[in-house]
Design a protein around this ligand. Sequence first.
Ligand code: FES
Length: 119
Amino acid sequence: MGDKTTILFLIITFFISNIALIINTCMSKKIKIICDDLEYNLEMTENKTILELALEHDIDAPYSCQGGICSTCLAKLNKGTVQMDNNQILTDDEVEDGYILSCQARPTSDELEVNYDEV
Ligand code: FES
């Protein structure tokens, strides 16, 4: 009885002390970015845009205004879903065809493929 209580206590202690790591692991998203004929397989553990992730990894992704106005950061979403914070330039048809403003696009699915070369 005492051993079972000790084991249970250790398991609970482990989960509590690692809860942030467990949540991050469960929420991490796999993002493939294709840019200049190079493929980057990345993980995103925080809420950020595709462009922010690309720039953090020194990917030469195009951008200018970072406000959803100019479309310099245009990319094609080949897999997965995103939510754009702001979109003042893409039509509904372009969005339906998979075009995204990467400076405004935050992943809403666990796996994404974003291609900057396909625009
Ligand atoms: S950089 Fe201008 S819309 Fe994304």
